[in-house]
Ligand binder design. Sequence first.
Ligand SMILES: [Zn+2]
Length: 756
Amino acid sequence: MKAQILATTAAAALLAGCTTTGEAAMDRPLAEAPTAGSAAIPQGTGYFAADSTLPFLAPDFTKISEDDYLPAFEQGMAIQKAEVEAIVANPEAPTFANTIVALEKSGRMLDRVGNVFFALTGTNTTDRLDEINTEISPVLSAHYDSITLNPALFERVKAVYDNRAAMAMTPEDATLLENTYEGMVHAGAMLTDAQREQVKAINTKLSTITTELSQKVRSAMTDQPLVVDTRAELAGLSDADIQAAADLATEKGYPGKFAIALQNTTQQPVLPSLENRAVREKLFMLSYHRADGQRAVDTRPLIAEIAALRAEKAALFGAPDWATYAMWDRMAENPKTALGFMGQMVPALAATQRREAALLNEVIEAEGGDFEVQPWDWYRYANQVKAERYDLDEDAVMEYFQLQPVLEDGVFYMAEKLYGLTFERRTDLPVYHPDVWTYTVFDRDGSELGVFYFDPFQRPSKRGGAWMSNFVEQSDLWGTKPVIYNVLNIPKAAAGEPQLVSFDWVNTAFHEFGHALHGFFADQRYESLSGTATARDFVEYPSQVHEMWATYPEVLANYAKHYETGETIPAEMIAKIEAAAKFNQGYDFGETVAAALLDMKWHALTPAQARAIDTPAEVDAFERQALTELGLEVDLVPPRYRSTYFNHIFSSPEGYSAGYYSYLWTEMLDRDSRKWFRENGGLTRENGDHYRATVLSRGGTMDYFEMFENFAGRQPNITPMLEARGLIPGDEAADSEVADDGPAQVGDAGTGPIRD
Ligand SMILES: [Zn+2]
C-alpha cells in the first residue's frame, strides 16, 4: 500500500532519461493475516493469489498467462478493500501496529500482479496487455484514492500520529507514520466538505484546461511546419531529409513545396545543417513563437489560468503557493530552496554564455560572416568548433565496448571493487523474453543478496529509454530479498556480429546499475521506504554517481578492450569524451536551467500574484522577468521550453510541475559525491562500504540532507557541478584540455548554503 505516497518518484526520473518504476506501483510476499477482522477478507485465486514458489519469489513466467491479469487486479483490489475495512472496523484503539503497519501490509496480491504486469507492459508488451493497461489504470487510481481519502481510516491514522510523542518507535517506524499521515493530508484528508468540493471543482477545471493546452501545443507543433518554396532553401540537408520535407509538404497540402515539422524543444535538430541563415531564423522563430499568439494558437490565457488554479488549490491545503504544496515530500522541500539553488548557478552560467557567444562570433567573423550569433546559428557554429576540437569517431569508440564485458567486467567489476559483490549467471529462472539474462548477486560476506535481471536490447515490444525496477522489494517485514531488473534499449547486433555498445549506452548501464545497487542494498523493514522509494529530487542521485566509474581508469582497464585486438581503450579517447562533455554548456545547461527557473517561478506565485497575471501580455512579461532578473542571457539562450509550450508542467493537472529542477538538484548531489570519492582514494572498498552505509542502504527512512551529510561530512554544494560542466575551473585533470577560451573565474559562485 504505497502507491499514493510514492507516486512521485517515477516522474522526475523521466527527466534524466530513466525511470525507476517499482516504487510507484506495488508488490510483496509472505502469508500473514492482516490483523483483526480478517475473517471477512476474500481469498484470491490463480497464480497471483500466492507467492511464487521460485527462489527469491521470482516470478514464474511459465505459469502466467495474459488472462490472469484482469481477474488478479480485480481480486487484489477487493482483498485490499476488505483489509482496509477490517482496519477501520477494528474495535481496538488505533495503534501503530493495527493501523499503520496493517495498512502497509495490505494489498499484497495487488502488488504481486502489478509488479509483473507493469514490468511486462514496459518491456515486452502485447496488444492485449496494452488493452488491459488502458482499462485497469483509471480503476487502480480510483482504488488507491478511495483508500487515501477514506475518512474513517484517516481518523485512525491521525489518532496514532497525534499520539506519536508518547510512543516508542524506531526512526523508520516514525518515518512510516509521518509519510502515511502526511500523504493522506496531502491528498485532502483534513479538508472540510466545502473545501473538498472546491478542490474537486478546481481539479475538474484543471483537467479540462490542461487537456486543452496539450492539444493546442500539439496542434501548434504539428499543424504549423516551416514551409519553403524551393529545394535550394534547404541546402545543407541530406537528399533523404529533403525528400521527407517534400513528402510532408504534400501531406500538409503544399504540393511542390518543402515542409519541416517542429520538434517539441525550442532548438530544432535541423538548424545546424541549414546553410541558409534566413531559413534558419524562420524555423527558429516558428518554434519560439508557437502557441504565443503570433499565429493562430495562443496558450497564454490557459497558462495564466492553470497557474492561478494551482495556487488556489494549494491555498485550500494551507500552502502559500503550488510549489510548496507539490514539494511536500521532496529533499528541496520548498520553492525558496530550489530557486536559491538555481540562482547560485546563474553568475557562472551567464558568464559562460557570454564567453561561448564571443567564441562563436569569432568563428563567424573568420568565415566572413557579418552578423552576431543568434540562437538559430548557435549549434551550427558550436558543432563546428566541437568537431574541430574533439574530432571523436563514435564508431571507433564503440569498438572498445562489447556488451557482455561492459556488464560483467565493467559494471560488476565496479560493484566488486567498491562493495565486495560477486555475481553468478543463472539459467534456471524463467524469463519473459529469451534476451533477458539473470544473475545471483552475492554480498560481501558470500551470502545471497538478491537476483538481477538484465534486459539489454531494443525491440518493438519495449518502450524507449532505460529504467530499473523490482519484481520483489526488500523488506524485513516480509522477509524478502530484492529481485531487480534493468532495462536498456541497445540496438541488437546482427547474428554473428560482435555486440558493440555506444558510449552513451555504456554510461547508461552504469547508471541503471546504480539504481539496482540502491535496491539491492536496501535494509528496511517497510517496503514503502525501501531502496529506491525516495523523493523525486533524490532518486536519480545514487544512479548518477555510479556513472563516474564507467570512465574510471582502473575500471576501464578491466572492460574497455577492443573487440578485435584486445587493446584497452586509449586514454586520449576518454579524455576527449570528457572534455567534449564540458563544451557548449552555457547553452546546453543554460536552456535547462532556464526551463527549470520558469517552472519554479510560475509555481511559486501566491493566488493573488497569479490572478494579477490576467492578460496574454502579462504572461509574456512574467516569463521575461523570471528569466532576466537573475542575469541569464535569455536572448542568446532561450529556455528549452517556453511557458507557452512547456508540456511537462502544463499539460496535465499536476504533471512535473515544480519538479523540473530535480534533474539539476540530483546532479549537484552526484557531482559533489564524485568529488568526495576522488578526494578519498576513488575505487576502494572502504569508500564503497561508507557510501553503502550512509546512502545506499537507507532507502527513504531519513532526512536527505542528513543522509548526504553523513556521507560527505558536510552539506551539498553546487561548485563541483559547475566545475564538471566546465562553467568554472575545476580540479579534474581533464581541465588542462580546455583551451584559451576555457572557464573564467567567477568569484563567489556556489559557495552558499543550499538548504533554506
Ligand atoms: Zn535513473
